[in-house]
Design a protein around this ligand. Structure first.
Ligand SMILES: Nc1nc2c(ncn2[C@@H]2O[C@H](COP(=O)(O)OP(=O)(O)OP(=O)(O)O)[C@@H](O)[C@H]2O)c(=O)[nH]1
Length: 300
């Protein structure tokens, strides 16, 4: 009997905003590498999550939700998401099992047809529907594209994720272990920290405010063996948004800081002193220079 060859590859995760891409990757990777909120367009960067198994290594590329762009940041996000379809070994296309394919799904499908990679359709959020509704839905999807597999899952409860992993591994080519087994993400710690702070802003603010927020970690320094000093700036688009984020008597900013600090401490495994600032950068989402300064580098 011959030993099975080790398999590995890059797996791009695409889908409309809010379908659960970040939740799925976090669950599969077993650590919080991508932030989650109920607000669409939470994910702005391409993120790698790495799952190492005895027989394979899966490198996930998390992408922004594909949507009709309304400003420069929107255009950048869609370019990023579509770019993620190229040069990968497999695409996971996420949609929600709670509704039939919609206009956004068809737009993504068109792009998938152009990309010559196998696509696994993942029907997420099956915890929200009754099982008899699944079969007709799968039939409907099957008519739309020649998927390598169709797997219904719940990224939230973990239902059927083992089967999804099996399917992914089966569709990966033989290849090396790209990352050491203990690595779960290739993101620098400053980036994860900034994202964790941004996640708290998303959770605690509403309407226009969260979408105009960017977070930059300005300084990260070990002060003692067990203490990290962190200075970060929350950028907003308007003076009125700054007031909301600071809150009456600084109450909102304290809450953001407290919640973020708990998660940053868990992520870094050290105590953290978090120094948070709020600044206004008008219309940064429409400004190429500001986008670059804030870490969103449009690809050529
Ligand atoms: N009930 C249920 N909710 C889910 C499931 N997966 C994700 N969610 C919720 O759906 C919302 C969006 O999840 P995300 O993981 O941020 O979605 P995303 O596709 O990464 O979103 P973008 O970053 O906007 O592209 C969150 O409130 C999740 O808790 C699921 O399997 N079941």
């Amino acid at each position: 009997m011959t030993e099975k060859e080790y398999r590995s590859g890059f797996v791009s995760v695409v889908g409309r905003p809010n379908v659960g891409k970040s939740t799925l990757i976090n669950h599969l990777v077993g650590q919080k590498v991508a932030i989650v909120s109920d607000k669409p367009q939470t994910t702005r960067h391409r993120i790698l999550g790495v799952l190492t198994l005895p027989e394979a290594q899966i490198v996930f590329v998390d992408t922004p939700g594909i949507h009709k762009p309304r400003h420069r940041l929107g255009e950048y996000l869609v370019t990023l998401a579509l770019g993620a379809l190229k040069g990968v070994d497999l695409v996971l296309f996420l949609s929600e099992a709670t509704s039939p394919p919609g206009a956004g799904d068809y737009f993504i499908l068109e792009q998938l047809k152009k990309a010559e990679v196998p696509v696994i359709l993942v029907l997420n959020k099956i915890d929200l529907i009754s099982k008899p509704r699944l079969l007709p839905l799968i039939d409907l999807w099957r008519q739309e594209h020649d998927f390598a597999a169709i797997v219904p899952v719940s990224a939230l409860t973990g239902e059927n994720l083992e089967r999804l992993v099996q399917e992914i591994v089966e569709h990966l080519p033989p290849g090396p272990q790209y990352f050491p087994p203990e690595v779960t993400t290739s993101q620098p710690p400053e980036f994860v920290v900034a994202e964790l702070i941004r996640e708290k802003v998303l959770h605690l603010t509403h309407e226009e405010v969260p979408h105009g927020v960017a977070v930059v970690v300005e300084e990260m320094a070990s002060r003692r063996k067990d203490l990290v000093y962190l200075r970060a700036t929350i950028y907003v688009e308007r003076e009125s948004h700054k007031k909301i984020i600071i809150g009456a008597g600084g109450q909102m900013l304290r809450q953001i800081g407290q919640k973020a600090r708990e998660e940053i401490e868990a992520f870094l495994g050290k105590k953290v002193y978090l120094d948070l600032w709020v600044k206004v950068k008008e219309k940064w989402r429409r400004d190429d220079v500001a986008l670059r300064q804030l870490g969103y580098k449009p690809e050529e």
